[in-house]
Design a protein around this ligand. Structure first.
Ligand code: ADP
Ligand code: ZN
Length: 436
């Protein structure tokens, strides 16, 4: 029997009904997966030849993990579970670092994704009457088009402006009195730094909320963006392998992100031992699609590090929450033998009010040792201050970073607008050691 729920019911469904629903969808996903050449072989090797081999949710553990490399090796059609004529869209990674990965969607898959986005946007209080400027890139990247249809479905007036062209962003924000934007945190900071230069004032705008993700950012960066624009900003996690944005979103309480467990089965592992992480322990998110037919993915290793928060949420939704993404397993830097995540450095500098809106982390070899340099922009007035004050600030940044990560960096202070800006995801680390 196929259990059906209305969207609203699904958000607050009790856990045992949710698990029944998940099991039913997992079984269906396994039967779709068996239609792909990739999983037919992979599941066959694990002794799974039909959905009847999955009797309870924990049977998912019989299934081997799927990795990004698997997706690449299955390019272009190895993971397609439907006849090509039933597929209506594909999204692919850029492929600049190797073979691209590709995810196919049937119309039903797109409808389901739209439903999740609509649910997420509604959850943060957006709806009819909101003017939504979608500043994420439209195209193969899922950030732009991914939010688009769900926001329309939720009744928002959508302006598909895409990324870049800051002046036009401001003009539209002013002329259409935009109330809600979707942008990366780094782009929000960049926008703020350009308001005056482009001839606008904050009071020209009517912005109330933003939704942002696509790149790691700290709680302090969120707070900074919220106070600069005087808005509420909501964290949104997604990855193209799991459709794109709105896999997990914060509700109005902004206390971790609800992952939509009716559509995604969540596991957490220790990336070194591949053992399941204990409750409250940090680990790598492993996600299975539960409702996507054209490209089912089972136990996909996201490489994203987070913590599951199983506590009930004040909003009444029963879908568990995941913490802000700390970084990716492949983001971790080893500097003179010490493990460092760029997010640890960001957390420190964003707490310091003198720091501006952009920063960069550079690592190079200096003899046998690694040299870490943290470059940050500071407010324009700081440069007119006494040179001694600048030096004192530089030392304070250095000491704070050293106290947190046990490495003493060089610190460079720059005037606003000097460090590179990215329209899509920010590239904050330049590791020159790899070029040696
Ligand atoms: P790529 O893998 O090429 O970066 P995606 O656009 O699919 O392409 O990016 C997904 C990744 O972006 C996630 O796996 C995660 O590392 C990062 N990401 C997405 N949303 C967030 C977020 N809210 N916080 C931190 N990182 C995020
Ligand atoms: Zn909530």
């Amino acid at each position: 029997m196929n259990i059906r729920y209305w969207n609203r019911e699904l958000e607050t469904i009790d856990r045992s009904s949710l698990e029944k629903y998940q099991l039913e969808n997992l079984k269906e996903t396994v039967s779709w997966a068996l239609k792909t050449p990739f999983y037919k072989k992979r599941l066959g090797e694990a002794g799974i030849s039909s959905s009847d081999d999955i009797k309870k949710l924990s049977d998912i553990k019989k299934i081997p993990f799927t990795t990004k490399d698997d997706l690449r090796s299955a390019y272009p059609y190895g993971l397609l579970a439907l006849p090509k004529e039933e597929v209506v869209r594909l999204h692919a990674s850029s492929g600049t670092t190797g073979t691209p990965t590709v995810i196919y969607h049937s119309q039903r898959d797109l409808d389901r994704w739209t439903e999740l986005v609509s649910r997420s946007v509604t959850m943060i209080g957006c709806g009819k009457g909101d003017v939504f400027q979608n500043m994420m890139t439209y195209g193969l990247f899922t950030g732009g088009i991914g939010l688009h249809y769900g926001a329309e479905k939720a009744g928002l007036l959508v302006i598909p402006v895409s990324s870049g062209n800051t002046k036009r962003q401001f003009k539209f924000m002013k002329d259409f009195q935009t109330t809600f934007v979707h942008a990366t945190p780094s782009y929000m900071l960049h926008l703020y730094s350009k308001i005056e230069e482009e001839g606008f004032k904050l009071s020209d705008f009517n912005l109330k909320k933003s939704m942002g993700g696509a790149e790691p950012h700290s709680e302090d960066m969120r707070k900074k963006i919220e106070s600069l624009f005087n808005i509420d900003m909501y964290n949104n996690y997604g990855l193209s392998e799991m459709n794109g944005p709105c896999v997990a979103t914060e509700c109005v309480y902004k206390d971790d992100m609800h992952i939509w467990e009716d559509s995604f089965y969540l596991e957490m592992i220790n990336p070194d031992t591949l053992e399941e992480s204990g409750e409250g322990e940090s680990g790598e998110l492993v996600i299975s699609t539960l409702r996507r037919q054209a490209t089912p993915l089972l136990r996909y290793r996201t490489r994203d590090l987070s913590v599951i928060n199983p506590q009930p949420c004040r909003c009444g939704r029963t879908h568990r929450r995941i913490s802000r993404i700390k970084g990716r397993t492949d983001d971790m830097l080893i500097i003179n033998g010490v493990n460092v995540f760029p997010s640890q450095i960001e957390e420190i500098i964003m707490k310091m009010p003198e720091i501006g809106t952009n920063y960069l982390i550079a690592i190079e070899k200096s003899g046998a040792l690694d040299k870490l340099t943290v470059k940050t922009e500071v407010g324009p007035d700081i440069f007119s201050d006494d040179a001694r004050d600048l030096n004192a600030l530089r030392h304070r940044i250095k000491d704070n970073i050293k106290a947190a990560i046990s490495i003493s960096p060089n610190v460079e202070l720059h005037e606003p607008g000097v460090l590179p800006v990215h329209e899509g995801k920010a590239k904050r680390v330049i590791d020159d050691r790899k070029n040696d």
